[in-house]
Ligand binder design. Sequence first.
Ligand SMILES: Cc1ncc(COP(=O)(O)O)c(C=O)c1O
Length: 442
Amino acid sequence: MLLFAGFSQAPRPSRFPELFLLTRHPPLGLLPRRRPQQTRSITVDGEGPNRPREGRLIPKPEVPCYPVHNDLRLLTAGRGADNGDQDKGLFGIGPAFFTTAGKTALAWAFRASGLQPGAAVLLPAYHCLAMVEPLPWLGLKPVFYRLHEDLSIDYAALEARLDERCKALVAVHYFGFPQDGPRLREFCTQHGLSLIEDCAHSFFGHRGEERLGSFGDFAIGSLPKFFPVGSGGCLVSARRPLPPEPLAAPGSLADLRSLVRDLQTTHYYGRLRPLGPITTGTAALLKALSLLGLGRDMAGLRDTPASLDYGAGRMGGTIQRACNPGEIAARRRENYRTICQALAGQPGINPVKPELEEGIVPYMVPLRIPALRRVFAQLEDRAVPMQRFGQFLSTELDDALCPVSSDLSHHGLQLPCHQSLLPEEIQWMIDRLCEICAAGRG
Ligand SMILES: Cc1ncc(COP(=O)(O)O)c(C=O)c1O
């Protein structure tokens, strides 16, 4: 029998309160779990630019770094959800063209912009390798541009990088904090560039009256950063036609496999545990079917150009119906503020954006940690949930071009503030970070 109970968070507006399953929270104890799922560190920090290299085994984060299912809303495909005319983020801009990931959405933005092999794309010096990866797939070249200390675009430096090969510009609203959209629009129109707004960190949010994603010729999103799904991306446009045909559906078995993976992560973090036996049984069945050669495993395509030919599966549409944007925005903002307040004045930890202005729906809390090189391995070993955006920069970037990006690749770390975090998880994460950073200042 499934047990239903109220959830230990603030009440949430839903037509399905009875579907909040009894949860057992993760242990959050003094030591990492005894048998954690192992993952491999790719971090070996040294002098000069960081380069990925396989390191030692480390535990899976003790607290979910990305959203997980806290209730059954997405699993019931949003039936009964009435999200009215809430701000739907990128989905409010127009119909979405679903892709396997944010990076494949970027590739489709380049294609939809009509870029031909040999063309160059202006990319920010502060980037992740996933943003650069699709360029060689399409025969495109990156030209990097510099940012100011607050991560806004340095337009004088950008103009100096322009040449006749440059056909498109990718701009990122880092961690949800907006670039100056009207200025970007004007710059790109003036120089005949296609403007691609990379909204991987800013699925929701406004700058003044304007929705992020509405300035660009195209905007892309990365679904797992804002919703409890393991993969998926989308391309939208307020101004230009999208590719006319949706991409091939990965198929029902592939959809089921992704759902089972999402649920396994969800159970690992102590949520929806009564569904565990069903998840385990379905995982075993899928394994048997794949041994018989049935059902495509999309995970195998993840880093290949073949992933360009597939869509996001059913979850893309389900998210559109079932997500509650107002709730996601409010929780993320509240968590962001809680974390910044708790970290204010903590030795060895400097929030990069301590003020959360109106309209911003944050992706993560960006921090600068001067002693990061010394403490990072400890943070990994202690299973602190975190991300290091821009830790590894393209080998084609001149390290001297943008001192801010080089600095953040060594000292930048982000903590999650997503909507699925529980108050005790936030506290646990803050306590561990403070402890380790205070001890490591040396
Ligand atoms: C700014 C930015 N753009 C694009 C991407 C690529 O998104 P995905 O991981 O969904 O491929 C990422 C991924 O971290 C990102 O941070």
